[in-house]
Design a protein around this ligand. Structure first.
Ligand code: NAP
Length: 273
């Protein structure tokens, strides 16, 4: 039995699918099983990651857990008590920076450290920028002009399904314990490159406009706490995060190359029309 947290999210829902395909049983963790759409064959179970004791029924008798970063470290003690043997943790590239003054890096580093300090076997999966972040551009893509910040910052964006494929291997097979996996797509793309590719896939011209930092900052402050806005500005304006380096992890672990941004856009074209 494998427990997948974040099972209704971009990555977790694909982890559920991959683990089922590998023939294992899955409990899909969600705060609201009545609302959660989980694939046939998976069992939706209730649990709140901010309340570790609420996870006991989901974890009981499970062998492995897929977990997101940023939640209470007591989750690991709950998992050990329930008999879980290994955890595959999704953090992110910023965990590599070791910079606890950065609020995003801090929650990833803290969760990784708490897992390492537990008695559980672990695998760290550190994805770079998700291709699905481009869904935020959907209304602008429909209108034909995308304004987004950091025009000169390339990211080796990754399809969440490929992150999930790596995580699922670490959940259901041996040889991944104690490994740290940087997970990237096949090429580093600037925001303007991603917009151009979306236009090519949609068959119409979409213009990219570099959004000035002050305008981007004001917009982001309406969407997230200031410490996270500061964290992203440190990454992308301050150059504190390298997301451009391409790693061979997806192919090494799964045996097939990661999908390109064009592949991902073609599979999700309906979301931009
Ligand atoms: N976007 C990026 O570029 C990027 C890059 C690197 C790392 N990351 C990391 O990726 C993670 C997000 O992954 P995602 O995009 O797959 O998720 P998502 O689509 O944002 O969905 C969030 C998931 O977390 C679950 N969740 C939220 N709060 C919960 C709680 N209190 N208890 C239980 N479940 C809870 C939700 O489940 P329910 O609503 O069903 O309960 C949902 O399944 C973040 O930790 C982020 O730091 C993102």
């Amino acid at each position: 039995m494998i427990v997948v947290a974040g099972a209704t999210g971009n990555v977790g829902r694909e982890v559920v699918r991959h683990v089922l395909e590998a023939g294992a049983r899955v409990r899909a963790l969600t705060r609201d099983p009545a609302k959660a759409a989980v694939p046939a064959g998976a069992e939706a179970v209730a649990g709140d990651l901010t309340d570790p004791a609420s996870l006991a029924p989901a974890l009981a008798g499970a062998e492995a857990l897929f977990l997101l970063s940023g939640y209470a470290p007591e989750i690991f003690a709950e998992a050990e008590k329930a008999g879980v043997r290994r955890v595959v943790l999704m953090s992110g590239g910023s965990a590599e920076t070791g910079d606890r003054t950065n609020a995003v890096a801090r929650y990833m580093i803290d969760t990784e450290d708490a897992l390492r300090a537990s008695g559980l076997a672990w695998t760290m999966v550190r994805p770079r920028m998700f291709m699905t972040n481009a869904f935020q551009w959907s209304p602008q893509v429909k209108a034909g002009v995308v304004r987004a910040p950091w025009p000169d910052v390339p990211s080796a964006v990754i399809d969440p399904a490929d992150i999930a494929a790596v995580a699922a291997r670490a959940l259901v097979s041996q040889g991944h314990e104690g490994r740290v996996y940087p997970v990237t797509g096949p090429e580093a793309l600037r925001p303007g490159d991603r917009v151009r590719i979306l236009g090519e896939v949609l068959g119409r011209e979409i213009r990219y406009e570099a959004q000035p930092d002050d305008e981007a900052r004001a917009e982001m402050l309406t969407q997230m706490p200031e410490q996270f806005v500061d964290a992203f500005f440190a990454f992308y304006s301050g150059g504190k995060l390298d997301e451009a380096t391409v790693f061979p992890t997806v192919e090494d672990v799964t045996g097939r190359p990661p999908r390109t941004f064009a592949d991902w856009a073609r599979a999700n074209v309906g979301r931009f029309q």
